[in-house]
Design a protein around this ligand. Structure first.
Ligand SMILES: Nc1ncnc2c1ncn2[C@@H]1O[C@H](COP(=O)(O)OP(=O)(O)OP(=O)(O)O)[C@@H](O)[C@H]1O
Length: 262
């Protein structure tokens, strides 16, 4: 394990978050749910950048703010203060209408529960974000993704006719086919057996190498996080660690130390 690689975005920004290497970033991000005595400070001044063409896992104890951070960076939730930057766009100052377009056109999502539309075929699910944006897939990308993901002969099937692993592979193709600036994956292997989960993680990691995709994944599973180039640890709404290409054992150890600190 190294503490810093040349490709890794620094946790703070000597050159500023618009340094051209950073796909998405939080700058002193604060999120408070509720008010008065019942207020919860889910994010307590998080500053972290996620480099282009890198696979980062976000980990931390339950309630540490992982989902809140991802939701603020994806324009699904609004921060209380600070900045959530996607490329040069500060999501915290955008209207709901702009945020809807940003989510549809600039971000790919992969969820634990697949979130495919049941009435559409696999192919229609994959092309839906492009269809909504009135765009076509980059030449060859649809064929490449469906080939690599092994779903070419399943394209006319509906989700109910596919296994969980196949459904998640359809969701991966949907997330990547528009070449989004970042793919956010929320526990993408949470509903899969270990073999299907390993296939999904291998694909995510190869899409960084082969397509230059930027991926940010929230996970509880150290084995899943070990596929990432970098692991950012959260605790109590703050960044509590930043590991460069850690092994499974190093991740498990860091999580244990965080748990013991509480
Ligand atoms: N809508 C909400 N209203 C009030 N409090 C919330 C809300 N969403 C999250 N929280 C609180 O904010 C804190 C951070 O929650 P968050 O879901 O981001 O953590 P997490 O690290 O993703 O947790 P887990 O691993 O259990 O999914 C927790 O204390 C949680 O109870």
């Amino acid at each position: 394990m190294r503490t810093q690689s040349p490709a890794a975005a620094p946790a703070t920004y000597p050159a500023g978050p618009d340094d051209g290497m950073t796909a998405v970033a939080a700058v002193d991000l604060v999120k408070v749910y509720g008010s008065g005595d019942t207020a919860v400070r889910a994010l307590d001044g998080v500053t972290v950048g996620f480099a282009r063409a890198q696979f980062t896992a976000i980990m931390g104890p339950s309630g540490s703010g992982k989902s809140t951070l991802m939701h603020c960076l994806a324009g699904l939730d609004t921060a209380t203060s600070g900045r959530a930057l996607l490329g040069g766009t500060d999501l915290t100052t955008q209207s709901d209408k702009v945020l809807t377009r940003v989510r549809r056109e600039r971000i790919g999502f992969v969820f634990q529960s697949f979130n495919l539309l049941p009435q559409l075929t696999a192919e229609q699910n994959i092309t839906l974000p492009l269809d909504l944006a009135g765009k076509r897939a980059e030449t060859g990308l649809f064929a490449h993704l469906t080939d690599v993901l092994g779903i070419k002969d399943r394209l006319s099937h509906r989700p109910s006719e596919l296994s969980g692993g196949q459904q998640q592979r359809v969701a991966l193709a949907r997330a990547l086919v528009s070449r989004p600036e970042v793919v956010f994956a929320d526990e993408p292997t949470g509903n899969l057996d270990s073999r299907s989960g390993a296939e999904v993680l291998s694909f995510l990691s190869s899409s960084v190498r082969d397509l230059g995709q930027t991926i940010v994944m929230v996970t509880h599973d150290p084995a899943a996080a070990a596929y990432a180039d970098r692991v950012v640890l959260l605790a109590d709404g703050k960044v509590a660690g930043d590991l460069d290409r850690p092994s499974h054992a190093e991740i498990a150890d860091a999580l244990q130390r965080l748990g013991a600190r509480r």
